[in-house]
Design a protein around this ligand. Structure first.
Ligand SMILES: Nc1ncnc2c1ncn2[C@@H]1O[C@H](COP(=O)(O)OP(=O)(O)OP(=O)(O)O)[C@@H](O)[C@H]1O
Ligand SMILES: [Mg+2]
Length: 317
């Protein structure tokens, strides 16, 4: 099989995830997302708080059920499973959670938790790579003696590094990082993100790297997908998207990146917050905040074109 005909490592097709509460409209956190990650590829997923990034990440790892659509890992459907009965093959998919406290066991030493990862890899026949937790800790910039300590003895940023070490120890073929660097100092963020990229790619894995910070993502991602209120609004090669964003939302996100002179922290052209996903705007979800909205944007939902943009300003050729 050629690399083109081989199924992607991760395939997401028309994924819909809704949260239901009795007596209230469902929250459509992911509203029809299609996405691919190939082996050896880093895909960055960006978007404002509440747009559905974590929900998408959890669904990809089989932790949140999909309402519609299909998720495949190496061509095999990923089904949500009881955590206790998680398919051993799915240890090849590792996630670093937004809140590393939630994913580390407070009662077990850090080293023992990293050993779990090493054993999971060995169970799949993956035995090359470091064999001790100390080696993984030093890879993520922590002293080897930290293996003997408990999670509560660390800062939030250190816990994120431990969570990354543990995920890498399982020799994942797909690593999903949900804001994996958010608790780190600004000065360490790019360093650790770059480290994640190189450690993941070193073993030929794919990396789905989720962040609201486009300025970090553009340095480590091969491709970027921009999400707004449960939908992908633009996707493309990282450099292209950074240099010539087409969707007004991507343009606004870029304009909101703090400039060295301190200007532009909040984009003047992007007023308001992400709307409530249980009552999304009609048509293009972005139209109430869009500086270029015209008649029709409030009625018809733009489709993501083969060129990678979902906007009525850029109709399919
Ligand atoms: N367990 C849940 N029950 C009900 N609604 C939820 C649940 N988790 C998330 N939501 C809602 O789904 C939407 C998407 O949430 P999600 O956490 O996926 O966003 P996000 O992009 O990861 O945001 P952030 O950048 O703040 O982490 C939000 O409106 C959120 O309030
Ligand atoms: Mg999140």
């Amino acid at each position: 099989m050629t690399s083109q005909s081989r199924p992607p490592l991760l395939g997401v097709d028309g994924l819909v995830v809704q949260y239901r509460r009795p007596g209230a409209a469902p929250t459509r956190a992911v509203g029809g997302v299609s996405l691919e990650v190939r082996s050896g590829e880093v895909v960055g997923l960006v978007g404002e708080s509440g747009c559905g990034k974590s929900t998408l990440a959890r669904a990809v790892c089989g932790l949140t059920p999909a309402e519609e659509g299909r998720i495949t890992f190496d061509g095999t459907p990923v089904r949500p499973l009881n955590v206790r009965r998680r398919d051993p093959a799915l240890t090849a998919v590792q996630m670093v959670f937004q809140d590393p406290y939630g994913s580390l066991n407070p009662r077990r030493r850090v080293g023992a938790q990293i050993v779990d990862g090493i054993r999971a890899a060995a169970g799949r026949g993956e035995t090359d790579g470091p064999r001790t937790p100390e080696e993984y800790l030093s890879r993520v910039g922590l002293p080897e003696s930290d293996a003997q300590r408990y999670p509560h003895e660390f800062s939030g940023g250190q816990r994120q590094r431990i969570a990354i070490a543990r995920a890498l120890a399982a020799r994942p073929r797909l690593l999903v990082g949900d804001e994996p660097i958010s608790a780190l100092d600004a000065s360490a963020q790019l360093h650790v993100a770059t480290l994640m990229r190189s450690l993941a790619l070193e073993s030929g894995a794919g990396l789905l790297f989720i962040s609201h910070d486009l300025s970090v993502v553009r340095h480590i991602a091969d491709r970027i997908a921009v999400m707004y209120l449960g939908r992908i609004v633009e996707t493309g090669p990282a450099a292209e998207l950074w240099d010539s964003p087409r969707h007004p939302y991507t343009q606004a996100l870029l304009a909101s990146i703090p400039q060295p002179d301190g200007a532009g922290v909040l984009p003047a052209e992007l007023p308001g917050d992400v709307p409530d996903p249980s009552a999304p705007p009609s048509g293009c979800h972005f139209h109430p905040r869009c500086p270029h909205a015209f008649d029709g944007c409030d009625r018809e939902e733009p489709r993501l074109t083969s060129g990678g943009v979902a906007c009525h300003l850029h109709p399919a050729a």
